[in-house]
Design a protein around this ligand. Sequence first.
Ligand SMILES: [Cu+2]
Length: 389
Amino acid sequence: MANGTIAVPKKAAEPDFYHVRTKHKGIFAWLLTTDHKRIGLMYLSAMTFFFLAAMTLGVLMRLEMLTPGETIMTAQTYNSFFTLHGVIMIFLFIIPGVPAVFGNFILPIQLGAKDVQFPKLNLMSWYLYMIGGILALFSLFIGTGIADTGWTFYAPYSIRTTTNVSISVFAAFILGFSSILTGLNFLTTIHRLRCPGMTWFRMPLFVWAIYATSWIQVLATPVIGITLLLVILERAFGIGVFDPTLGGDPLLYQHLFWIYSHPAVYIMILPAMGVVSEIIPTFSKKPIFGYVPIAISSLAIALVGYLVWGHHMFSSGISDTSRVIFSLLTFIVALPSGIKVFNWVATLYKGSIEVTAPMLYTLLFIFYIFYRRSYGTDTRSAEYRPSSY
Ligand SMILES: [Cu+2]
């Protein structure tokens, strides 16, 4: 270093952290990628955008309620915001939240697979998600405005209102396809791409949770798809499936809707339970207590979840016998949920617990589940809860 300059060590090759396989550069390296991690991150950013949009609607709704009477919007606008807020939060945020982001990013890594089974289909799921989301927002700006039905699109009102129900419903239909294809992808990935030596009962518990969730996505989502198509057909051609003045049955709509939408509750929570089952042993520095019961309880929750939809219809005029049966079946969900909570707490017991941010969230999660299941208290906002939970 005779001339006084400092020798700069030759720059090491950039670590290929994401191991991205792409032929493209710049933004197209993202938009045309088939890499599961990039697709997971694309879901995360899109979802954050939609979440902020729905949150804004929620804030505006609260502002409207500052004073009795009209504060900042008409009753009609309020009902539309109420609906769009629900549609976005349910179909664009909480349903795809954990499976699409963490499922895509982490599942293949946990299985020791290079990617999901169908990477191109995976990218297509993301595009369907975007198309559905943009369509839902788009209905805000055209013609008679967004549906004013609430996210449940209950008939016969959804058949009769002049607002853009058909567009909002079609958006939910497209989002359903995104969900089905993602579930299909994860199922085949778990069946076909486990690394050598990874038997079923060596799979991480998050994988088990995604496995149970994916079956719900594949089997239950088509039911809502067909139901929503029938709503569109009834609005367009008056085919008379749901509207009693056309010879239809509005209760049929409720049955079909909740046959999907109760299992959808488990699409929301099962993957989160999978995350919790990973965080607890990590930050307790102990292997999970009761691995097999936790794995099987995910499947049990998914299965029982198909049999309880009538608890959303207690006030709809179904028979007392139905009410008793659906009540009992709903109580049964507490068993596999309790098995999970017991095993989480048993893992914590005598563990070397590290109180990190993920662990604090997890501990709150356990308390919340316990509280919900013990007291049956519904702490969700009324907009998600047409009748009971
Ligand atoms: Cu339910």
